[in-house]
Write a protein that binds this ligand. Structure first.
Ligand code: SF4
Length: 396
């Protein structure tokens, strides 16, 4: 089976393009591009620089999307901006709130999209000491991880920087967290762990996260952002150098044989290559550990021997690591079952006793189906088994 790589053509919506109404969306533009966008609209360079600074502050520090409210921009200038530019937000199709406080938003891409409108999701998970926004990087995913609902969906396209930053802006809107203050806010952390493989949409994810981290705007520290990859080895070093956020890796198995099945990308970049790339990840140290995600699948990857092998691998590669054990959240027709609670505990204990943190992640938002990797409306969901059944029926 061919495994798509990051050089495979993936449709990307153009970020710096006028919308159907001729206006340019300023959301997601870098500071330089924002200045250039103003410059190409015949503003003097000095003026463009000043206005870009003001706009940046209004957009990312105050969360203002309406030029009329930008009080330090002259009244005459505001309609001029309005005619030429817009500050977008993703369209919200539906919002769901779980009994445990988890919130899920179903978002819709622009109606002018060449592929037609498409839906993607983001999830906010509040905890006692933090609030984490799980952000999508693609609509659908090419990687077909066997335990993941998103993997059963066809990739539609990469999200643009505006659509990625837009998720953070929207969450801040919904949580009432403007202006941007680091203290006392609910949204404290971001994980690039929603739909899609972020390292297959590297440029947009990098550009969006740079905006999210910019101290004049959203101002989220890189230590509070985690990028989760299924193991796109050639891009891991670049991610460390050019983005510099925390790294999480969907490991899920300790042998190539099992990982080839669960995470098919492993057939392209095997476990040892992946762990070496993690060992070389710029900025990883004992204070900034790499998280290894490990979904607990009954009789597939959950034995004592596999827990010991995980410890051995972490030691062999001298990885500053923590392990996140994720009880599998099965869906109808899913090819796996969740390990028993006793098995999960035993696995966790073995890793803990070796001095490696291995907490079991509490499932969140189950009543709204918000678990990671299951980010799509129930109506649109199709399990792999369902797809296989359909394919088999069609072939008859
Ligand atoms: S786990 Fe991530 S990379 Fe794998 S199929 Fe799901 S969304 Fe894609």
């Amino acid at each position: 089976m061919p495994i798509p790589g990051h050089i495979d053509p993936v449709p990307v919506a153009r970020a710096f393009a006028p919308r159907a109404d001729g206006r340019v969306d300023l959301l997601g533009l870098s500071k330089d591009d924002l200045r250039m966008a103003l410059g190409t609209s015949q503003l003097e360079p000095k003026q463009a620089k000043l206005r870009a600074k003001q706009l940046w502050h209004w957009i990312y520090n105050r969360g203002v999307a309406d030029f009329a409210l930008m009080t330090d921009i002259s009244k005459a200038m505001r309609p001029w901006l309005e005619q030429r530019f817009v500050i977008s937000r993703p369209e919200v199709v539906e919002t769901q709130v779980s009994t445990d406080g988890t919130r899920k938003w179903l978002l819709r891409s622009d109606a002018n999209d060449a592929q037609g409108t498409q839906d993607y999701e983001m999830v906010f998970i509040p905890d006692a000491d933090r609030g984490t926004l799980c952000v999508s990087s693609q609509i659908g995913c090419t990687l077909n991880c066997r335990f993941c609902h998103t993997g059963t969906m066809r990739l539609v396209r990469n999200l643009t920087p505006a659509e990625i930053v837009g998720q953070v802006m929207l969450a801040r809107d919904a949580l009432g967290e403007w202006p941007s203050q680091p203290e006392g806010r609910m949204l404290t952390n971001i994980v690039m762990m929603g739909m899609g493989e972020p390292l297959y949409n590297f440029d947009s994810v990098r550009d969006a996260l740079r905006i999210v981290m910019d101290g004049d705007g959203l101002g989220l520290s890189r230590r509070r952002i985690t990028l989760s990859t299924s193991g796109v080895v050639p891009m891991i070093k670049r991610a460390g150098e050019e983005i510099g956020v925390n790294l999480a890796v969907s490991l899920h198995a300790v042998t190539n044989e099992v990982r080839d099945e669960i995470v098919p990308l492993n057939r392209k970049y095997g476990i040892h290559e992946l762990l070496q790339a993690c060992a070389d990840y710029p900025g990883a140290n004992n204070a900034r550990r790499i998280t290894f995600e490990y979904v607990m699948l009954r009789d597939k990857n959950d034995s004592d021997a596999e827990a010991h092998e995980l410890v051995r691998l972490i030691r062999e590669y001298r990885l500053p690591a923590k392990v996140n054990l994720i009880p599998f959240n099965p869906w109808p027709g899913a090819p796996y079952e969740c390990s028993t609670p006793e098995r999960v505990r035993a696995f966790s204990n073995i890793v803990f006793e070796a001095g490696i943190s291995a907490p079991v992640r509490t499932p969140r938002g189950r009543d709204i189906d918000a678990a990671c990797g299951q980010l799509k409306t129930a109506a649109e969901k199709k399990s792999r088994a369902e797809l296989d059944r359909e394919a088999a029926t069609a072939a008859v």
